[in-house]
Design a protein around this ligand. Structure first.
Ligand code: ADP
Length: 491
């Protein structure tokens, strides 16, 4: 099969969060199964050009119809750790992708509607006719709409779309003007309730809803989150749409690319280790302590890695920090905030705790440091408000870092409580889980983890090793996506 992934991120060249990891990991997995996979991305000024090998121009003059005129684009291509990627660069006054950041601009909806249009135009003009187009999140929600309503009539009638939703919170809601900019001119037809009309804002269109309505298959990134999206307010207003299209909606758990995320092969660690030479973890712990000027000793390191966003349960992270310090543990945080209030809050904490030898807060985004923290920490907290899949807990398992998580979304599908999970054998349990979204619940789970570490270190180590033994590679999700691609291409 020939698959083209169209997305706003692909790690490590463009990564703001889990979406980037998934686009890279899934592409590599499907590619290894002897299918042809190509990835189409925006060419951002701020992407990591050092991760692209052999960048060259693939298409010089791509004229993309837009807003009644055309925008001249060029397309570069190169390999990102063996994966062929195409980067679309518009040359226009709007400077859509030269903003020094990936997201968070006032006109994001316009920027990514344009990208969606340009990606389809690129496939059309360059003669690419994949069996399946796999697109991701609201940024590419208009692709199945335009494919079915416009491009199918220009020679792309055989292409099918798999649409993956990584976060229901951001849906790409915008005024109907965006439709005519893309050439979808029958506004009242497209903006109707059964097509793109937003379920909550009359007069606005919803790009994610368009993706759900028009794609041949729709999924979110874990089975439990698929249930939450349909039956709870986690669906952020899209519940009726998912209900209507339930026959083509499911949940597929994300995998992790173990060629990148495995302490046995991780090139950014001071020392590699695995289950059989687990003591190597101690050398990484020492390296992290030296880097952050933390006190040496027997205390466990509790960590948090993630976006400092309400989604991630920042109040619980804050509470977990002080609870750890009060319970004979050290605490390390790596996170960045896009909301100024949250950024200021954590900067304030950082300054306040500056002299504390048991604590370090690193505010910002640092891929290489993330690897070291996964390897050095003993416990990782993931106290999310909601979590479509969550990669930090899955990566932590591989590094022998015991996850303490809130039982929501994909965390339910991946972490099984050491003391209480009756659905799993003791030998399959891999972490600690709490359910209520309050400090008492967090304390009970984190307290149990710290207690095991302090009182029964051998048992704690065997729990960590059980986590390392779990297989959350792309193999199973790769089978599932391959099955989906096979199924929809024959429709
Ligand atoms: P989300 O996609 O909601 O941000 P996930 O858990 O699915 O959350 O994926 C987060 C990914 O981003 C993981 O690979 C994690 O290691 C990485 N990450 C998050 N914050 C940072 C940071 N500040 N620095 C480096 N890596 C980070």
């Amino acid at each position: 099969m020939y698959i083209v992934q169209i997305a706003s991120e692909c790690a490590p060249v463009i990564k703001a969060g889990g979406l980037g990891d998934v686009v890279y990991g899934l592409s590599r997995e499907v590619d290894c199964r002897e299918h042809c996979v190509e990835v189409v991305l925006p060419k951002y000024d701020c992407m990591r050009y050092d991760h692209v090998w052999g960048m060259h121009q693939a298409y010089r003059d791509l004229y993309v119809p837009w807003n009644g005129g055309v925008i001249h684009c060029s397309v570069d291509c190169g390999w990102v750790h063996g994966q062929l990627c195409f980067f679309i660069e518009p040359h226009s006054v709007e400077n859509f992708f030269n903003r020094g950041k990936y997201y968070g601009e006032w006109d994001d909806q316009v920027r990514f509607a344009f990208f969606s249009k340009a990606a389809l135009e690129f496939l059309l003009r360059s003669g690419k006719r994949p069996d399946v187009i796999h697109c991701h999140d609201w940024q590419t929600g208009l692709i199945p709409v335009m494919l079915y309503e416009m491009y199918a009539h220009h020679g792309m009638g055989n292409q099918r779309v798999c649409y993956s939703i990584h976060n229901f919170k951001h849906q790409g809601v915008w005024s109907t003007d965006i439709l005519s900019a893309t050439g979808l001119n029958r506004i009242s037809y497209y903006a109707s309730r059964d097509r793109l009309g937003d379920n909550n804002n009359a007069g606005s269109i919803n790009m994610m809803k368009g993706g759900i309505v028009y794609a041949n298959y729709v999924n979110t990134v874990s089975p439990h989150h698929a249930w939450e999206a349909r039956f709870t307010d986690i669906g952020c207003g899209l519940q009726p749409t998912l209900e209507e299209h339930q026959g083509k909606f499911g949940g597929i758990l994300n995998g992790v690319a173990y060629d990148v995320w495995d302490p046995k092969v991780d090139t950014s660690l001071p020392v590699n280790y695995g289950i059989s030479d687990f003591e190597g973890k101690q050398i990484n712990k020492k390296a992290l302590r030296e880097r952050f000027l933390l006190a040496a000793g027997d205390k466990p390191i509790v960590a948090f890695i993630g976006r400092l966003d309400q989604q991630k349960g920042v109040h619980q992270v804050h509470h977990g920090l002080y609870y750890s310090l009060a319970n004979d543990a050290q605490f390390v945080l790596l996170g960045s905030a896009s909301e100024p209030g949250l950024n200021d809050w954590f900067w304030h904490e950082k300054i306040h705790l500056n002299e504390n030898p048991d604590c370090h807060l690193e505010i910002g985004y640092n891929e290489e440091l993330a690897h070291l923290i996964y390897a050095a920490a003993d416990i990782m907290i993931v106290p999310s408000n909601y979590e479509p899949c969550g990669l930090t807990q899955i990566i932590s398992l591989k590094y022998g870092t015991v996850p303490v998580v809130r039982g929501v979304g994909g965390l339910v599908n991946t972490i099984f409580d050491w003391d209480y999970d009756e659905a799993h054998q003791p030998s399959e349990r891999n972490g600690f889980v709490f359910y209520e979204n309050d400090a008492v619940a967090l304390e009970s789970a984190l307290g149990r983890a710290l207690n095991l570490y302090h009182k029964e270190p051998e048992l704690f180590e065997s729990l960590a090793k059980q986590g390392m033994d779990c297989d959350y590679s792309w193999k199973k999700p790769g089978d599932q996506y391959e099955g989906v691609y096979e199924h929809i291409r024959h429709k």
